[in-house]
Design a binder for this molecule. Structure first.
Ligand code: BTN
Length: 235
């Protein structure tokens, strides 16, 4: 289990007192747990038994990974995803020391494979709107055979996990230029992508993190859902 004090010690001074960090061994889903907590609570687990991914998929959450969720008050979920992806990308480069990039909208790619997925959700709970940012990182350990073609690990060093979690939080809370950073790390801008079976050229990212697509005589902004682009064409 990660050490919450070690995480807190690595947080920037301005957020140290604001965040409450709880580390657990195994949970069904850190997103579900965090939705029940007050804003600025961070849940970090070593394993999840019902890890959730986007579009109703399951997210493989075995040992060796880092599964974390940040509870927030209701916020624009699209922008949260972009903020989180930028934070993870920058933190991996700084702490693990390998290049990282982003496949719109929420996948962080390292060494040509998905190393991290992000799921931001919001719910109405009583008379409050709650939001949660869920981040799943393949930090170390084995990737199951059926995922090996698309997913890879960071091969992160033992003992550096807490610093990575803290650096993600520092950037998530404090980086005001996350959108520019996100744009600079995008693997899809300038590439041909497939959306609902049609090909478009991805020409940019708008201020809410939407993907600007041109083709088929139109210009559209895709704010949710999936695009298809072979991983081999991303690098
Ligand atoms: C995706 O790639 O489809 C998104 C995966 C998001 C996984 C994280 S792990 C922590 C948090 N808890 C969950 O159940 N899901 C998110």
């Amino acid at each position: 289990m990660l050490n919450p004090k070690k995480i807190t010690d690595c947080l920037s001074k301005s957020i140290k007192k604001r965040l409450f960090i709880e580390c657990v061994d195994c949970v069904e889903s850190t997103n579900d747990l965090a939705l029940r907590y007050s804003p600025d609570t961070v849940i970090v687990a070593d394993e999840q038994t019902k890890g959730r991914g986007r579009e109703g998929r399951t997210f493989y959450s075995g040992r060796g990974g880092i599964y974390m969720s940040v509870a927030l008050a209701g916020e624009d979920v699209d922008r949260l995803t972009v903020r989180a992806a930028s934070a993870v990308c920058g933190a991996i480069e700084e702490v693990v020391g390998i290049p990282a990039a982003i496949k719109w909208v929420n996948d962080v790619i390292c060494r040509g494979k998905k190393a991290c997925g992000i799921l931001c959700e919001s719910r109405v709970m009583g008379d409050e709107i709650k939001a949660v940012v869920g981040i799943g990182i393949n930090y170390s350990g084995e990737i199951p055979p059926h995922l090996k073609d698309i997913a890879g690990t960071l091969d992160g060093k033992k003992g550096e996990e807490e610093r990575l979690v803290a650096e993600i939080l520092n950037r998530f809370y404090l980086d005001r230029n996350f959108l520019d950073f996100y744009r600079s790390k995008s693997l899809v801008v300038g590439k041909e992508v497939e959306v609902d079976g049609r090909l478009y050229l991805a020409t940019g990212i708008d201020d809410r993190g939407g993907l600007i697509l041109e083709g088929n005589g139109e210009r559209i902004v895709k704010s949710t859902g999936e695009i298809r682009i072979p991983l081999s064409r991303l690098v």
